[in-house]
Design a binder for this molecule. Sequence first.
Ligand code: FE2
Length: 369
Amino acid sequence: MAARFHNPVDVRFGLGVSASLAELVGDRSCVVLTFAEAGYLGLLNTTVESLGGCLLGVLDQVPANPDVQDLETIWQAFIHLDQPPQVVVALGGGSVIDTAKAICTASSAQSFHQMMNHLTQGLAVEERLTCELVAVPTTAGTGSEVTPWATIWDKAAQKKYSLQGPALWPVRALVDPRLSQGCPASVTLSSGLDSLSHALEALWNRHHNPVSDAMAVEAAKTILRVLPVLMTDLGNLGLRTEMARAALLAGLAFSNTKTALAHAISYDLTLRLGLSHGLACSFCLPAVLERALGLEASRDNCLAAIFGDPLEQAATRLRAFLNQLGVETSFVAYGYDSAAEAALLDQAIMSPRGQNFLGPLGSLARSGR
Ligand SMILES: [Fe+2]
């Protein structure tokens, strides 16, 4: 059967590649969207200086896990710039890049209202961006720089929204591992586990294809090998480069498959417990892996390439990897007794992301730890 892989993002990868930002922006007007700590981490000065007179402003109010209220606040600042920017530079992790995607589709009150409708109703955003989006990730994990969707939360309503559609592909991604070098331990861990989750979720996925498989296997192998070492040597640029490459590959893989059951499970933990996305979508990976084994020979082959033989030990190995990094892998550790765990799994498997999971619905009846 013919396979198709499509990703339109112009990706530049390597140490120092972010220095080409000013050249890519040229003489076009631009705004930098970022997070409050970017200045403190030393990520902003060089960027601001390089953009010179083209820079209309820096909007640095993007919080972690932005919600619809945050989106409106940032959008208000965006439309009150001296003029509409031609380029939006998203400098940050997934929260910043996702917010930038939403903002870029809304240049007027009417279009903001339309975007919010698309967000809350899950409709695809077809219109092209009103300005060019250049994603410059400062963490190794999100993959948002190469995907056409964005997550925005509604904390008051306890809901997670997903904005998606062809208008949300960034035009360019500058993946410079040096930008993640000052990333604190907690963010390094959470981001790395998020990218591991992206890689594995691209494999046990109904939309898998040979191209995404190759990227996902390489990404997962790298993360399993590198992340524990990096956590003891956060300033190591070589390890940062390996993780940035793995996160990019995982992002490219799931840009064509979307995520699956582990992500579907995660949203309740983020909304209910405020758990970081990376921890929420990785603690259950061993349990999901147990349910993925034996479903399809080609999936087992990919998982064997990552976890080795015997494949029956794969979930145990993954559980040990996560425990070694301080991640609890049982549902009860997060306050779910067996009835609550079953209810969460039922809800997750019926959600759009859960439906991407390769296993039959009944597979969830198999016990996991
Ligand atoms: Fe994720």
